[in-house]
Design a protein around this ligand. Structure first.
Ligand SMILES: Nc1nc2c(ncn2[C@@H]2O[C@H](COP(=O)(O)OP(=O)(O)O)[C@@H](O)[C@H]2O)c(=O)[nH]1
Ligand SMILES: [Mg+2]
Length: 316
């Protein structure tokens, strides 16, 4: 653990630095990341997704408390693509995680209110590293199951859990086919009292749906049910996560996935830098205007733009 990150206040300050868009802060942030690198990587990163209202925050409160009682240090990152527009779910998250947020061994960082890229806080990966350097051994990343954010969160997790609602009929409508291909487990939440029969039906549906897909030979994603509100079924889900961790660590998949995630991250950084560089060229706005007025075709405009980019680079 990095000593200077040992309390939550210093961790928060470091995260604020990482999230800053000021150039001078960004340089400091890069230095900080380099410095903590040797103390990172030693955690289990768990992505948790599902439609708004499925119970993600409540589930995290329940699983988080379970883990705290098992002497883990738990960091929670909420990644919410809607936050820049709607003001985010910070209030919701904090009230749903009341018990957890008062624990010394828990750290809850709500989603940033600005500067998100592709729906997900673009600094989430760095924040994960900071939390690890601060000694958190379980990282829970909550994301709303809309748009690109699941893919992004999947690309920074070791284990990807999808929460579902009980109920017959339309189970598969809320879930895109691609998502079933990347889940490591599905949990049907709110499976208590009168909901139990419907939860069983939903479990069966997802089991069938997953059965059709080809999964990796060493792991068939299990479908479980739970009640985050009543803390039922949480231990079974945790045991499955641990089983997955053991299997994938033994066969090398765990490490492979992290390396693949790094490759994805690298590509994202390059894409982002490329776009920023291009859009900061003076030609960008001019050519956009020209395309809008119809005096140049999009194809020709893009060629001119890249010419401008590369000739600028050549001159450097
Ligand atoms: N009955 C029941 N309600 C739940 C359960 N988990 C969450 N809820 C409720 O569902 C609503 C949305 O929960 P929340 O955790 O904010 O969902 P999120 O949007 O996915 O983070 C809240 O009113 C919760 O109290 C559960 O296991 N059973
Ligand atoms: Mg939530």
């Amino acid at each position: 653990m990095n000593e200077f990150l040992k309390d939550r206040r210093s961790l928060s300050k470091a995260i604020t630095l990482i999230e800053s868009s000021l150039v001078k802060d960004q340089e400091k942030a890069s230095e900080l990341i380099e410095k903590i690198m040797p103390n990172t990587g030693d955690s289990l990163r768990i992505g948790i997704s599902g439609v708004p209202g499925v119970g993600k925050s409540t589930f995290i409160e329940s699983l988080g408390m379970y883990l705290i009682n098992k002497r883990h240090k738990v960091a929670v990152l909420a990644v919410d693509p809607s936050s820049p527009i709607h003001g985010g779910s910070i209030l919701g998250d904090k009230t749903r995680m009341e018990k957890l947020s008062s624990q010394d061994n828990a750290y809850i960082r709500p989603s940033p209110t600005k500067g998100t890229l592709g729906g997900v806080g673009k600094k989430t990966r760095e924040i994960i590293l900071l939390c690890e350097a601060a000694g958190y051994d379980i990282i829970l990343i909550e994301t709303v199951g809309v748009g690109q954010s699941e893919i992004e969160v999947h690309s920074m997790s070791d284990f990807f859990l999808m929460l579902m609602l009980p109920g017959a009929g339309d189970e598969l409508q809320g879930i895109k086919k691609g998502i079933l291909e990347i889940v490591d487990a599905i949990a049907v939440n709110k499976a208590e009292d009168d909901n139990q029969t419907q939860a069983k039906v939903a479990c069966q549906h997802y089991q069938n749906a997953l059965h059709i897909l080809e999964h990796k030979p060493h792991w068939t994603p299990p479908v479980l049910s739970c009640s985050a509100l009543k803390s039922i079924g949480i231990e079974d889900i945790w045991n499955k996560i641990k089983e997955f961790e053991k299997i994938t660590k033994d066969n090398g998949e765990f490490k492979n996935k992290r390396l693949k995630n790094n490759q994805f991250w690298f590509e994202q950084i390059v894409n982002h830098k490329m776009i920023t560089d291009i859009k900061s060229l003076p030609e960008w706005e001019n050519l956009r205007t020209d395309v809008l007025s119809g005096i140049i075709t999009p194809q020709l405009a893009s060629l001119k733009l890249f010419d401008a980019l590369y000739s600028k680079k050549g001159k450097k």
